[in-house]
Design a protein around this ligand. Sequence first.
Ligand SMILES: [Zn+2]
Length: 222
Amino acid sequence: MPPIQEIPARQGRAVRVDGGQALQIINTFGHQVVDFWAFDARNLGAYLSMEHTRAALSRLTPRAGDVLVDNRREPMLKFESDTSPGVHDTVIAPCDPARYAKLGCAEGHASCADNLHRALATLDLAVQVCPASFNLWMNIPVLATGELEWRETVAKPGDSVVFRALIDCIMVMSACPQDVIRINSGRPVSAQYAVLGPAPTAAVRRPRATARASPTSSTRAR
Ligand SMILES: [Zn+2]
């Protein structure tokens, strides 16, 4: 079993996930939203894009089995599995200091945007922007009138999602510290993650060894 790491309540974590590896994110207590981002490890200007993924899927919310694309419309991740009811959000911007100021909070309230930058800094990385996050387990139904509702998650304790990296990625998670509105049931808590090895089906098939040397190599040998 790969080691399971903690995302402390109200904090973020960043991890490198090479192509072929996967990241499992666990909703330990079942009522926590986790904001999620992925960046191309070779070019942080290329990142998982909610708007481009919605266009690629013709759907508001990705489902297990979907390929998620970056802001160049290139495949970046496979949403490999989801043990939760599949209620996630791609519409709402990650919370940030301005959001909490408008909600009347005192300065210094933790935010997902700050968590993104702090988590990247632990890997000596930085980005100028905070892209739209894939808001795991955030329950924002779009009503027939077009209005949005802010509801509590419907995830169960221990529900998890797995994202398989199709390229070398930096992935970032934030245990959302929102405690003013009820998206985290008013009690932001910790979550967990684990980096998983390559899937058995993704193993590279080696060419069968041949007894004879090729003409080129035998010529060279002479
Ligand atoms: Zn947040």
